[in-house]
Every structure is written in C-alpha cells, then in structure tokens.
Ligand binder design. Structure first.
Ligand code: NAG
Ligand code: NAG
Ligand code: NAG
Ligand code: NAG
Ligand code: NAG
Ligand code: NAG
Ligand code: NAG
Length: 501
C-alpha cells in the first residue's frame, strides 16, 4: 500500500502539465556576431552561416540554463543577425514564420512550410533540452504590390519574437509594433498584436524593446490580458539618467506588477548592456557590464503568479501627494534639459529639507535628510509634465531627485555615471494624472538599489535604512500618461540610429 501511493506520487510528479507555483527563468545577454557586410546583399547560405554562428553560442547558453533546471530562457532582440540592414540586405536572413495555430514542431517536420533552417534549429534546441526558448528572428510575408501598403519589393518584413515550448512546438509569434528609429528594414504590422500563451507556470505575454514605452501592446497585456510574466527580447541603448535598461525594465515590472524577463544584446560601443530577471518585488538578479564584450547567463526562481503574493498591492500613485500641504519650491528654481525634455529643477542646498516643485499639472514633493554633500556635487529635485519628442513621441510625468553632471547647474539632467554623495533618507511623491508610474533608484556606477527602497501603497517612493551606505545617482517616479500620446503612428523618416531607445 505504501509502495503504491509512493508510485502514485511519483507519477503525479512526472506529470508535466501539473501547475507550478514557482519556476526557474533564464535570460542570456548575447554579444552578437555581426555580419561583415550589410550594404550589399549576401546569399541565403552566407546569411545562414552567420546566423548559425550566433545560434551556436545561444545553444550553449540554453543547454547550460536547462542543465541548471531553467523552464524558460529568453535571448535578445537582433541576437541572431545584428541590427544594421537595408530592406534588401535583411531579406536573405528572413523566413516565413507561420501562425502558431498551425500546431507546428519544426524539429519534427522541417519542410512543412518551406525553407526554415533557423526555425528548425531553434525548435530542436528547445525540444532536445526540454526548455521553452524565446528568440528574435525575421518574418517575411509575400504581398501583392498592387494592394495598398504592400512594399515595392513585394514582401512585408517583420521584426519577430518566437517562442518554442519544451516539445519544440511554436507557441507564440509576435511582430514588433513600435519600431525604433532607423529600423527601416522592417514593416509595422497593421494592428498591435496581443500575444499570450498559457504554461504550467503562469500566463505569458511578449513584446520587443521600444514597445515597452507604449500602451499597446505592453501595458495592455497586463491590464486587459492579466499576464503573469512578460518575455522581453531587447537591443536597448542605455540613456541616463532615466532610461538605462536595468533601471527602466525593473521599474516597469514593479509598476505593472508582473515578472519581466529582459534579455539585452551586448555591445558596449552601442551602450547596449543590462539584462535581468525582475519581479514586482525584486530587482534582479541583473547584469550590467560596460567593461568586457562577453555574454552573460542569468537564472532565477520566480513566482508563477506574482499578483497572488500576500504582499502584493496596487499603488495609488497620487494618494499621499494629494493628502499633504505644499512645501516651498526653494530659493533656486531654474529650467534645464534632460534627454531634450525641459524640466523645472530646484537645487538642494541644505543637508535636509522639504520641497514642492510643480510643472503644469504635476507637483512633486521631496523630503530628505542627511545629505552628506560632497563639495563638487550638486543635487536637484526635478519635475516634467509634457510630451517627449526625441527618438519617439510619448507623454511623460516625472518626479526626480538627481545628481547633476558637474557644479554648473546647466549640466543638471545630463547623463552622469558616478556620485559620492549619500543620503540618510528620502521620500518622493507626486500628484500624477496617470496610474502608470515606474519607480527607479540608481546608485553610483549604474547599480540598482536592491533592497534599499520601497514604494508604499499611497504612492511614496521611500528609502530604506541601507540607502545611506551607497552614493545616489537618482531616484525617480517615471510616469507614462498614455492617454496624452499622439494618436497616429508617425511615419516621419528618422535620422539613422539603431537600437532602442
Ligand atoms: C537533437 O537531438 C537529436 C538526437 O536526439 C540530434 O540528432 C540533433 O542533432 C539534436 N539537435 C540539436 C539542435 O541539438
Ligand atoms: C494582384 O492584384 C491585382 C489587382 O487586384 C490582380 O490583377 C493581380 O492578379 C494580383 N496578382 C497576384 C499575383 O495575385
Ligand atoms: C558593436 O556595434 C558596432 C556598431 O554596430 C560595431 O561596429 C562593433 O563592431 C560592435 N562591437 C563588437 C564587439 O561586436
Ligand atoms: C492566483 O490567483 C488567480 C486569480 O487571480 C487564481 O485563479 C489562481 O488559482 C491563483 N493561483 C495560485 C497558484 O494560487
Ligand atoms: C487615488 O486616491 C485619490 C484620492 O487622492 C482618489 O481620488 C482616486 O480615486 C484614487 N485612485 C485610484 C485608482 O484608486
Ligand atoms: C520636513 O517636514 C517634516 C514633516 O513632514 C518635518 O518633520 C521636518 O522637520 C521638515 N524638515 C525641514 C528641514 O523642514
Ligand atoms: C496637483 O497639484 C497642483 C497644486 O495643488 C494642482 O494645481 C494640480 O491641479 C494638481 N494636479 C492634479 C492632477 O490633481
């Protein structure tokens, strides 16, 4: 009898479809081998050769992750062929990727939809290692050039994320909607695609890079489709002070209340580094490395349903700010530019203080103590309420405490990577008009402030005791007021610039 129930238990344990409360996620930051020549078209064979060299490296990382028990691994945007192409030169790298509803395991049936060596290999790697594999490849779809919208070369090209399950089956295909500047080799799909799929370890959604700044599909996957975990291949160029990869992506996971598996391309001369496994309550593990050109594998255990946690709550971002009286803006208020946005700043002149600073509809409140000010460092409170118009258009509401580049107040808002000044405590809040606010705290040399701050249900970003141990670069409530975004897709030809943002 004992033996029988023991056997039953073993059988239950072996059942793969059994729901899991926790799972192990992996992301791989990959230093992509770029094609030598992207100005003249190469043959399909040449293109495949280059892609296979990248997949060889990804395969090693995937095998290693699987050996360590990972259920799913994300690899980066542009991770198989790079980012500099024209429409003509990307073409030999593309494959026709079918809709997952065809129930296809490319590894078992490689010829079913024509030539598909890359899809077949990725599917086999997933199947052979019994792990979900997320990759970014290019999809081509023929169209009739006499129909409206069909490009002159007779194909739509899509920047596409694919997911193969642990049997090698294609379970998700997502065409990137918010293309970044210079991604002229690809087309925008007619509608934003809301791609989700169920697994024994929660409901997943997927989008790519620049998408994360917009409502559709990124925020909508959480709001309308209640995904637990987001898969996020990216080729993200870091922009200080508010848009470095690890900083903004961890803040998005926290603000949206989901897990985010972020896998960045690695190329330091393009400022591309920063991948991580983020949850609403933890900032990592993460990788940020501007010193070498190596790839990096990260694994972490996550809750399959982060919103079921007893400590999970929905923030009301303006509750505290609406409940208090205003402080003074201080004696030294001035205007300055941060990533081309015109902020209102006020200089923090005392070791402790209380300030309120407003711009348009947004008032930010800062209370801080124990600023051990180093003489050649200047800190400001900043506020911005307006449309960001450089490298994409999106409406922002931002409250930020940050270090200026140097003692010239004109440098406030410029990128800065190092600081020596420590704070004993701070608390930042604002009367935001949006419920989409992403809390960011960045320390000296671009480190995340893991365990050193919290966000309260009333919308305050407050420091913890340990904040006094590390010099502060910035603390920010980064709000996105999606309703104020310009409506139509802007077809302006952007200057040549690759990667996002
Ligand atoms: C997968 O395993 C099969 C044999 O089980 C082998 O023939 C094939 O080369 C493997 N493919 C990959 C991509 O590892
Ligand atoms: C393309 O569309 C035109 C006009 O609708 C039609 O005459 C032509 O047959 C179509 N070509 C193909 C290859 O379907
Ligand atoms: C990084 O990207 C740039 C621009 O695409 C390229 O010229 C450079 O060779 C890349 N660096 C490495 C190490 O691949
Ligand atoms: C998590 O919560 C959802 C409802 O939000 C519920 O359907 C599900 O059963 C819960 N899952 C676990 C593992 O507790
Ligand atoms: C947040 O709190 C304010 C009171 O300051 C209230 O008016 C508002 O409805 C609350 N918002 C949400 C989303 O609960
Ligand atoms: C700031 O305000 C708090 C109350 O919110 C008060 O206890 C503190 O003394 C004030 N600090 C300064 C420097 O005014
Ligand atoms: C924020 O506070 C300021 C000052 O009290 C007020 O003028 C503004 O309307 C408030 N904004 C919102 C959205 O309530």
């Amino acid at each position: 009898m004992i033996c029988f129930s023991f056997l039953l238990l073993m059988l239950l344990n072996a059942d793969q479809s059994r729901a899991l409360d926790k799972f192990i996620a992996a992301t791989y930051e990959h230093a992509v081998i770029l094609p030598e020549n992207t100005l003249t078209p190469v043959t399909e064979e040449k293109a495949l050769e280059l892609m296979n060299r990248n997949i060889d490296i990804l395969e090693k990382a995937i095998k290693s992750a699987a050996t360590q028990g990972a259920h799913i691994i994300v690899t980066p945007e542009d991770g198989i062929y790079g980012w500099i192409f024209t429409r003509e030169t990307i073409y030999p790298y593309l494959e026709d990727i079918p809709d997952p509803e065809v129930h296809w395991i490319p590894c078992s049936d490689p010829e079913r939809f024509g030539r598909a060596p890359v899809q077949t290999r990725l599917s086999c790697i997933a199947k052979n290692n019994s792990i979900y594999v997320v990759a970014n490849i290019g999809d081509k779809k023929p169209c009739n050039i006499s129909t409206v919208g069909c490009p002159e070369d007779g194909h739509y090209h899509y920047n596409t994320a694919v997911v193969y399950d642990s049997d090698g089956k294609l379970v998700a295909r997502y065409h990137k909607y918010n293309l970044f500047l210079g991604e002229t080799q690809f087309n925008v799909p007619p509608e934003p695609e809301m791609v989700t799929f169920e697994t024994p370890f929660g409901k997943f959604g997927i989008f790519i890079c620049f998408d994360i700044l917009f409502y559709k599909p990124a925020a909508a996957l959480v709001v309308d489709h209640q995904v637990d975990t987001v898969l996020f291949p990216t080729a993200w160029m870091n922009v200080l002070p508010h848009l470095t990869a690890i900083e903004f992506h961890s803040a998005w996971a926290m603000g949206m209340g989901v897990n985010l598996l972020s896998s960045n391309t690695h190329n330091t001369s393009m400022r591309m580094t920063g991948s991580g496994i983020f949850s609403p309550e933890t900032l990592g593990p993460y990788n940020y490395n501007m010193d070498t050109e190596h790839g990096h594998l990260i694994l972490s255990e996550l809750s399959a349903h982060p919103r079921n946690s007893s400590t999970f709550f929905i923030h009301n971002w303006s509750l505290y700010a609406n409940s208090i009286a205003q402080y003074s803006p201080g004696p030294n208020v001035f205007r300055g530019h941060l990533f081309s946005d015109e902020f209102t700043f006020t200089e923090l002149t005392e070791p402790q203080g209380n300030y309120t600073l407003c711009q348009k509809n947004l008032c930010c409140h800062l209370t801080y103590t124990g600023m051990e000010k180093i003489t050649d460092e200047v800190y400001v409170l900043g506020v911005f309420d307006g449309l960001h118009e450089i490298e994409g258009q999106y409406y922002l509401q931002i409250c930020t405490l940050l270090k200026c580049l140097n003692t010239d107040i004109k440098s406030c808002g410029e990128p800065v990577e190092t600081a020596s000044t420590k704070f004993k405590s701070f608390s930042l809040s604002g009367n935001f008009s949006t419920s989409f606010v992403f809390p960011e705290v960045l320390l000296n040399k671009v480190h995340l402030a893991t365990g050193m701050f919290q966000v309260l249900p009333d919308g305050r970003l407050t420091s913890g005791d340990s904040i006094s141990q590390k010099p502060l670069l910035s603390a920010t409530l980064f709000g996105r007021w999606y309703d104020k975004d310009p409506v139509a897709h802007d077809d302006t030809i952007f200057p040549d610039s690759k990667g996002c943002p």
